[in-house]
Design a protein around this ligand. Sequence first.
Ligand SMILES: C[S@@+](CC[C@H](N)C(=O)[O-])C[C@H]1O[C@@H](n2cnc3c(N)ncnc32)[C@H](O)[C@@H]1O
Length: 259
Amino acid sequence: MRSLGRKSISASAQPRDLMQERELENTWTARVLTLYPDMFPGILGQSLTGKALKDRLWQMEVTDIRQFGLGKHRAVDDTPTGGGAGMVLRADVLDAAIASRPVVGPLIYLSPRGRRFDQAMAHNLAAGPGVTLLCGRFEGVDERIIESRQIIEVSLGDFILTGGELAAQAMIDATVRLLPNVLGNASSVEEESFSSGLLEHPQYTRPNDWGGRAVPPVLISGHHGKIAEWRRTQSEKLTQDRRPDLWAAYQARKDHEGS
Ligand SMILES: C[S@@+](CC[C@H](N)C(=O)[O-])C[C@H]1O[C@@H](n2cnc3c(N)ncnc32)[C@H](O)[C@@H]1O
């Protein structure tokens, strides 16, 4: 068996116990820097991502920023230079927290100013060794830590969260489910929304008639070619109606492939 480079593995360990140290070589790693370490693994400790964490298909390492705080009160923030409301996380404190362990993969600051996270980014992250995520709080971080560490800013969407932790968990969830062997059925990743550049077609299950609403007859025809064609048409229609931006990009790609 391939050595996993780990000291000992306890089969009964819970996700919470599995996230303190980076113990496995060659295992996709999410390193998270946060003022709220107890928020992790959070939702990631449940269901498919939690099982995968237990099965060592990925690992989580949490750095508690507070441990690098200054003085008796371990201060991590200060007032905004130039005035204004709220507090700003200090660059020196964040730098020490980042330096305390090796950075894995790209170093990302979850930030509403960043490039919007999407499925393509999840695929890129899943193809690498992992990711290091800095979770902001208050008014955010001192700009100089972003410059000096060349941190990439990534946003979950055009809204303001209280902190980066929820955004980090969403990004890790979207990425971990793309790792090999995490999902039972790899084809479900290939077929779902965004993978082909289109939104997914409508889904149905039993009963075939529910309160007078019948499933589309083609889906119970047993004709695989016609089912695939129906699904494709539905995907295209939905994308055209709901996401003109995706539809335009999809058409441009098709034109490019055809030329
Ligand atoms: C209250 S927010 C700070 C917002 C900041 N003052 C601004 O206006 O851009 C605190 C932290 O939450 C996180 N955050 C908030 N909204 C986010 C989003 N849409 N995507 C990713 N992270 C977000 C960031 O880490 C941010 O530092």
